[in-house]
Write a protein that binds this ligand. Structure first.
Ligand code: ARG
Length: 461
């Protein structure tokens, strides 16, 4: 990166900036990724300036042509970024002036880097929300597909990670799906506030030129305009809000990951994640490690860290713009990258997952998962719930002693604990009977799983 070009903002200073300070204060190393948004913003600004008579049509055309050429140069890797020009904005402006001469110097009329950078960050984030939403949707679709395939597959449902009641694997997948629905809603909601335009606030107080902010907003596809110039240049709450959406989503992915890691252990052996999503060990030949979910669980901490970073960045800043705000970009970009990568690999992984239904079933049978069903059965026969609870507790103790599941006991064995138990008890003691009986909205019955998938698909299309 060169430091050769003449600085755009240094006339007031009589001494050159210290070399290290120049590097220390520069942001071009990380904000150059916003070059498209910076150019788009400048083109809209120049267009508006010509409409209100601050630039001539010819000046506007020269500026736009220059900016388009610069965009090409950057796309082609032919652009020389310079630390001396500090950031993406001044690098592009300096290049514009070297390309088209004096006219290039007019672009910054009625604008400041303060409203420019706030606009660029919002445009960049808006551009990245689109692929994030589509990866999130792809993951949702993958979950619906697994849920549909496994609507009848029975696994133990857990509380305290102890076998509680049987559930269908499809139902379990839909629990994750629901979390993602809320995440998608949070993203939509956050996007409204991201898509609000600061441009026109200039340095902090607005500008003396007769700008038309509605026109610029329209050209840039902003739905709303920041209503106060001081607020427009200074707040980064939209970035914090996005990061908070991202933190909650990563928390969900981390929970999913934890389950996948447990389920792919030899002790559980409920799922196969597919070799493409696992790695071997350099020393233990038998290993197949669930690296992808582990790494996503780990990456959740980065996103939380970025959240704390952004909140702390803002907490003591007086109005309006402060250089502190340059520090918003790296955590925000890191969150965007982490989220996009995590969603992408998750969607792929869930499309490839295979389920070991026999192992799940066997494990549900081992844990007295239908004990509640027996208690409910007794209540229906007239036993008060507390007494029923005790009868079942005694039956389970008997089963543990004789190594027998409730459904494997004879009618006589069960009747030792309650005379109200009859032959129809076996309908509720089977895993299939147990899940099928929970047949109401939000319940685990296969019929409900299918209905929920249908609802989900119709609300998404
Ligand atoms: N690189 C700066 C940032 O990221 C751009 C705005 C600089 N404005 C200023 N007055 N120094 O925030």
């Amino acid at each position: 990166m060169s430091t050769a070009n003449k600085k755009l903002s240094s006339a007031r200073l009589t001494q050159p900036t210290d070399k290290f300070v120049e590097e220390f204060t520069a942001s071009v190393m990380f904000d150059q990724r916003m070059f498209r948004q910076d150019i788009r913003g400048s083109i809209a600004h120049a267009t508006m300036l010509s409409e209100v008579g601050v630039l001539t049509g010819e000046e506007r055309d020269q500026i736009i042509k220059g900016l388009q050429q610069i965009e090409q140069e950057i796309e082609n890797g032919d652009f020389e970024w310079s630390i001396a020009q500090e950031d993406v904005h001044m690098n592009i402006e300096a290049r514009l002036i070297s390309l088209i001469g004096e006219v290039g110097k007019k672009l910054h009329t009625g604008r400041s880097r303060n409203d420019q950078v706030a606009t660029d960050v919002r445009l960049y984030l808006r551009d990245m929300i689109a692929p994030i939403r589509s990866e999130l949707n792809r993951l949702q679709d993958a979950l619906l597909e697994v849920a549909e395939r496994e609507a009848d597959t029975i696994m133990p449902g857990f509380t305290h990670l102890q076998t509680a009641q049987p559930v269908t694997f499809g139902h379990h997948m839909l629990a994750w799906y629901e979390m993602l629905v809320r995440d998608a809603e949070r993203l939509d909601d956050c996007e409204k506030r991201v898509n609000t335009m600061p441009l026109g606030a200039a340095a902090l107080a607005g500008t003396t030129f007769p700008i038309d902010r509605a026109m610029t907003a329209n050209l840039l596809g902003f739905d709303r305009i920041c209503q106060n110039s001081l607020d427009a240049v200074s707040d980064r709450d939209f970035a914090i809000e996005f990061n908070s959406f991202a933190s909650i989503l990563m928390m969900h992915l981390s929970r999913f990951s934890e389950e996948l890691i447990i389920w792919s252990s030899a002790q559980f052996d409920y799922v196969d994640l597919g070799d493409a999503f696992c790695t071997g060990s350099s020393i233990m030949p038998q290993k197949k490690n669930p690296d992808v979910p582990e790494l996503i669980r780990g990456k959740t901490s980065r996103v939380y860290g970025n959240m704390f970073n952004l909140l702390t960045l803002m907490k003591n800043q007086p109005l309006a713009y402060n250089k502190d705000n340059q520090e918003d970009k790296e955590p925000l970009f890191d969150t965007i990258d982490t989220l996009l990568g995590s969603l992408r690999v998750y969607a792929d992984m869930m499309s490839a997952i295979s389920v070991k239904a026999d192992n799940m079933r066997e494990s549900a049978l081992r844990g007295y998962a239908t004990a509640t069903d027996l208690a409910d059965y007794l209540v229906r026969k007239g036993t008060p719930f507390r007494d029923a609870h005790e009868v079942v507790g005694l039956s389970v103790a008997y089963g543990l002693k004789h190594k027998k599941d409730l459904s494997a006991m004879s009618l006589e064995e069960l009747q030792q604990f309650s005379s109200q138990i009859e032959a129809d008890v076996f309908d509720v003691l089977t895993l299939e009977g147990s899940v099928a009986a929970r047949n109401h909205l939000g319940g685990t019955a296969p019929e409900q799983v299918r209905a929920a998938i249908k609802r989900a698909r119709s609300s998404r299309s």
